[in-house]
Design a protein around this ligand. Structure first.
Ligand code: 5GP
Length: 113
């Protein structure tokens, strides 16, 4: 199967503005930001979507949420932020590699589009 754009970023085949990395995950700025701060956090292991997570991923999921909290602080989002996971076509997912959008730097509105 062809590599996703995010796998190519993990493999350093295409550039990205990386803001955080550890052995399990990578965070980089979205190429088309929807807010003053718009960062994507992805697991390094290829997981197609939220639907593909299993019981064995519990530790990874806890780790990802910990990184999200810490990153929000580092990115200056003390006033609040939004985390979005688009899942599947109707959910608006366009890259088939699980990713968390971290959005902030302006007041968020509801409902989302
Ligand atoms: P989705 O629509 O799947 O939830 O989110 C995919 C996100 O990836 C979009 O916000 C899109 O702007 C971002 N994106 C797509 N291609 C690239 C890329 O090559 N580099 C970066 N940094 N972001 C990308």
């Amino acid at each position: 199967m062809a590599k996703t754009i995010f796998q190519k970023i993990i493999d350093r085949e295409i550039p990205a503005d990386i803001v955080y990395e550890d052995d399990q995950c990578l965070a980089f700025r979205d190429v088309a930001p929807q807010a003053p701060v718009h960062v994507l956090l992805i697991p390094k292991r290829e997981i197609v979507s939220l639907d593909a997570l299993g019981d064995g991923d519990a530790a990874l999921v806890v780790h990802l949420w910990k990184v999200i909290r810490e990153l929000a602080g580092k990115l200056g989002l003390g006033g609040g932020y939004r985390v979005v996971v688009n899942c599947g076509r109707d959910g608006g997912q366009s890259v088939d590699h699980l990713h968390f959008h971290i959005l902030g730097g302006r007041p968020m509105t509801w409902p989302p589009g």
